[in-house]
Design a protein around this ligand. Structure first.
Ligand code: HEC
Length: 114
């Protein structure tokens, strides 16, 4: 019976790409992605750990932008005019899927409030 479990588990990431994923599961994925890939630069509190990283919590937070724009900027990388440091594509982790990017964006909005 145990060997049946593995094919079932490998289906889960595929199902996660659909919109039907429960919010709580999405939040867990987002938190995991953030703590593994983003936290080094953006910090646990979202304010940024090094100069040049934008503060998610400030009044000029980039989280004011639309989901479409932010999903694109996280996936493709981003550098604002005059900035001396760029956001690397997918935070430097090419293994992230679009579902991961959406999940981590949802986490940013829930955690840092916009
Ligand atoms: C190597 C450091 C680094 C890592 C790792 C990193 N970022 Fe960034 N991020 C930056 C910098 C620097 C900026 C600001 C770029 C600018 O404004 O020129 C930024 C900006 C952003 C922005 C704002 C983009 C905009 O449109 O203004 C978002 C959203 C973001 N990062 C999300 C993430 C997420 C999600 C992850 C993890 C998957 C991540 N970052 C990982 C350095 C990093």
């Amino acid at each position: 019976m145990r060997c049946l479990l593995i094919p079932v588990l490998t289906l889960i990431p595929v199902l996660a790409l659909s919109d039907g994923i429960p919010a709580s599961e999405d939040a867990t994925v987002g938190k995991t992605v953030y703590s593994q890939t983003c936290v080094a630069c953006h910090g646990v509190n979202g304010k940024g750990t090094i100069p040049g990283v934008t503060d998610f919590t400030g009044k000029d937070s980039p989280l004011r932008k639309s989901d479409a724009e932010l999903v694109n900027n996280i996936s493709e990388g981003f550098q604002s005019p005059g900035s001396f440091m760029a956001m690397p594509p997918k935070g430097g982790n090419p293994a992230l899927t679009e579902a991961d990017v959406r999940a981590v964006l949802a986490y940013l909005r829930a955690e840092f409030g916009m």
